[in-house]
Design a protein around this ligand. Structure first.
Ligand SMILES: Cc1cc2nc3c(=O)[nH]c(=O)nc-3n(C[C@H](O)[C@H](O)[C@H](O)COP(=O)(O)O)c2cc1C
Length: 326
């Protein structure tokens, strides 16, 4: 397992946590870091809202020291606004600015941002150039392989990105039309990596050593980015590092391990947001922790009705001891 340099930032390994809106908040990022992720990202943040000093945005930008090095991802479609937002964020002491060129959500696309930009090379160049020039920290971008199945827009965008001074490109190897589902397109990803002069990181469907190797054996693929496969399974980062160093096969996280992570997550979340909001935040993602466990749907329903930490802990204790029929 090699280290990964993004501009002047040297990461401990080349396995990173993906940005996920509503999921990768500060508590979760700390857990991923403790599980071995070398880099974590905030969820995408509107560049406009950074300039407007929006209250919710300020909260998204509250970063703890344990998360460093950290990348803050911004989205927008106005090069000037994005460059100004990047300056404000840089001044907060973050390590990397990432530009979202991949979000397929209709509310983002209809503003001309996210994956909508992939069709507009001129504007992509302008945004990347403006943001790179506005800050003295590395700027990266996260893109899609294309918009529709079989389409490779990434190759062109990688070339544009490197000519604009971008220091790394993360490619989600599913087309935007597929949102977050279906198989990544390894062949198109390999094509996009072919002539890259900057590090390319692979994303999409990485959940174990097999899915990781599929990408890592592609020439010029310098690292991998895990999204949903890391939630409630944070030691997957260390396990993948061990696998690439010594061939040690990955073990699946046990139910106990998942519950330990969930307990830690709840503690961090309550500490950060207070009991009421902390539990609401956790409720939204508890499904990822208990996925595939017996009675997951019923347990989730129970969690949704709980609004005190002590009741949450009681239910977890019960869940831990029994393969419950609730
Ligand atoms: C709930 C959710 C929110 C996401 N939010 C973002 C985001 O804010 N920025 C971004 O670049 N990608 C976002 N993504 C995409 C992920 O970063 C990643 O590309 C995707 O989940 C595929 O990786 P995976 O198959 O390992 O989960 C999101 C994905 C999910 C499931």
């Amino acid at each position: 397992m090699t280290k990964l340099n993004i501009g002047n930032i040297e990461l401990d390994n080349n396995i990173v946590l993906a940005p996920m809106t509503g999921i990768t908040d500060s508590p979760l990022r700390c857990l991923a870091k403790s599980g071995g992720a070398s880099l974590v990202y905030t969820e995408m943040i509107s560049a406009k809202s950074v300039l407007h000093d929006n209250k919710k945005t300020k909260s998204l930008l509250r970063i703890s020291y344990d998360e460093k090095p950290i990348s803050v991802q911004i989205f927008g479609n106005d090069a000037y606004i994005m460059a100004e937002a990047a300056k404000i964020i840089r001044d907060m002491g973050v390590d990397i600015i990432d530009i979202n060129l991949g979000c397929p959500a209709s509310k983002i696309v209809k503003t001309g941002a996210g994956s909508k930009l992939l069709n507009n090379e001129k504007l992509v160049s302008k945004i990347l150039e403006y943001v790179v020039k506005s800050v003295d920290i590395p700027v990266t971008t996260k893109i899609r392989i294309g918009l529709l199945p079989g389409e490779n827009i990434a190759s062109k965008i990688v070339k544009i990105a490197q000519s604009c001074g971008i220091k790394m490109v993360a490619i989600h190897a599913r087309p935007a039309s597929q949102k977050h589902f279906g198989a990544p397109n390894l062949k198109l990803f390999a094509d996009a990596c072919k002539d890259a002069e900057i590090p390319i990181i692979a994303n999409g469907g990485i959940i174990d050593e097999k899915t990781a190797i599929n990408f890592m054996q592609i020439p010029n693929c310098k690292g991998i980015m895990l999204g949903r496969g890391a939630i409630g399974n944070y030691s997957i980062f260390k396990k993948l590092v061990d696998f690439f160093n010594s061939g040690k096969k990955l073990s699946l996280p046990s139910k106990t391990e998942r519950i330990i992570w969930l307990r830690r997550h709840i503690e961090h979340s309550v500490e950060r947001y207070g009991e009421k909001k902390g539990l609401i935040v956790i409720r939204k993602i508890v499904g990822y922790y208990i996925k595939n466990l017996p009675n997951a749907a019923k347990i989730r329903e129970k969690f949704n009705k709980i609004d005190t930490l002590s009741d949450f802990n009681k239910l977890l204790g019960f869940f831990e001891l029994f393969d419950v029929s609730l």
